[in-house]
Design a protein around this ligand. Structure first.
Ligand SMILES: Nc1ncnc2c1ncn2[C@@H]1O[C@H](COP(=O)(O)OP(=O)(O)O)[C@@H](O)[C@H]1O
Ligand SMILES: [Mg+2]
Length: 395
């Protein structure tokens, strides 16, 4: 069926006294896509309000998904341009606001397209996979180095191990594990590449070259969910997640997606690093997750001349974090071990061969192996296990 064009346009946009209708303005807004999500802002719940004055001036309220959105200028000018084109509009004012957490969650769920969500296998009550989130307060404390070494050591013992590089902005796991393969897609499953017997998936595998990832909350949540649910992991004994430093969106997403994941805190002996690590760890109280222990990295460097340990980054950070977290959580949080500064650990990371494999008896290699043994041997108690119940005050 065909309409004569002028008739159609008139019907859609102009009332008798030629003041634009709200329907016409909303129809114009539906032509504006969010520059990052590439979907109409009207579908994303981003249109807060539309007010039309008698003189044809239109005020549009627009929700940004996050404050400080880098796309605010683009959104403002695209909205103005689209509404300006509606017959009868004499001026457009765009006012920006920011979505609440609740609105962001709704957006994330609408981005899933109402499609039944694939289940995260590790979150199922019967799952036997131990999930460890490696967290730290600051970057550069050795979180990724610890993650890949624990993974490689456990895999060398014959455990089935997977690593999710969830450090969206600072992904480094594939390089440190020497993973060169790319994920392949089979039907709607993603097959992860592996190296040293460890299955690895990283956001870096889905972005061209070394380009930075600038994603917002709902997209991060979606990416993580895909890593957990759409990647074919098989039956894993252990899954390690290398989290971004701090207490951001990803930590919350992990807690929602795998409530039974346990947190492993990495810190240096330094007071300042210990304090921020403690803050990062105490997010577990809010998310009801268990903290499995604290690893103190860079704890001393063997003196090249006398072999005595030199405390480059001070002492006691690991103990301080463990004690602080024991107090905040009310559950015993142990120090799982200390890893000395060891050039071979850095070299192993640069060369893609973790020190636990290239030099297992070096001071760092053996410290890491004994922590890995401790984590691999742990019996899963009821504490920290998801019982399939969601307390209503969870978040
Ligand atoms: N115990 C250690 N001895 C020597 N170098 C280390 C040690 N731990 C980490 N490094 C090096 O320090 C740098 C930062 O470590 P990385 O694991 O990337 O930290 P994070 O993931 O916390 O940002 C890397 O170059 C790494 O090789
Ligand atoms: Mg890192």
């Amino acid at each position: 069926m065909r309409f004569a064009q002028p008739y159609h346009a008139c019907m859609a946009t102009v009332t008798q006294d030629s003041t634009p209708t709200e329907d016409a303005v909303r129809a114009a807004l539906a032509t504006v896509n969010d520059p990052e999500i590439h979907r109409p802002i009207t579908d994303l719940g981003m249109v807060k309000s539309v007010a039309i004055a008698q003189d044809g001036t239109v005020d549009v309220g627009v929700y940004l998904t996050v404050s400080g959105c880098p796309m605010r200028e683009t959104i403002t000018s695209n909205v103005s341009e689209a509404v300006q084109g509606v017959p009868g509009v004499t001026g457009v004012n765009v006012e920006l606001d920011v979505m609440s957490d609740e609105q962001r969650r709704e957006l994330a769920s609408s981005l899933r397209g109402g499609k039944a969500e694939r289940e995260v296998p590790f979150a199922q009550p019967g799952s036997l996979t131990r999930v460890y989130c490696v967290a730290s307060g600051k970057g550069g404390v050795g979180k990724s180095s610890v993650t890949v070494n624990l993974a490689a050591s456990m895999a060398a013992q014959g455990l089935k191990v997977g690593v999710v590089d969830a450090d969206i902005y600072g992904h480094s796991v594939p390089r440190m594990l020497g993973t060169e393969g790319r994920p392949t897609q089979v039907e709607d499953m993603i097959m992860p590449p592996s190296s040293h017997g460890v299955k690895v998936i990283s956001i870096g595998m889905f972005t061209p070259g070394n380009s930075p990832v600038v994603w917002r909350g709902p997209m991060l949540h979606r990416a993580l969910q895909q890593f957990l649910a759409d990647v074919y992991w098989g039956d894993l004994d252990v899954l390690l997640l290398d989290l971004p430093p701090g207490t951001g969106d990803i930590a919350i997403s992990v807690a929602q997606l795998i409530p039974n994941a346990e947190i492993l805190v990495v810190t240096t002996p330094q007071q300042a690093a210990a304090e921020v690590a403690e803050r990062a760890g105490s997010i577990a109280v809010q998310t009801h997750q268990k903290i499995v222990g604290v690893i103190e990295n860079m704890s001393g460097m063997p003196c090249p001349h006398c072999d005595e340990l030199v405390d480059v980054f001070g002492t006691g950070g690991g103990k301080q974090v463990a004690e602080g977290l024991t107090r905040t959580t009310g559950a015993e949080v142990p120090v799982l071990g200390g890893i000395p500064i060891d050039i071979r650990m850095r070299e192993g990371g640069d060369e893609g061969k973790p020190v636990v494999l290239s030099d297992p008896d070096s001071p760092a290699g053996s410290a890491l192996r004994s922590i890995a043994d401790r984590l691999a041997e742990r019996e899963r108690g009821l504490q920290g296990m998801s019982l399939g119940l969601t307390p209503s005050n969870k978040f």
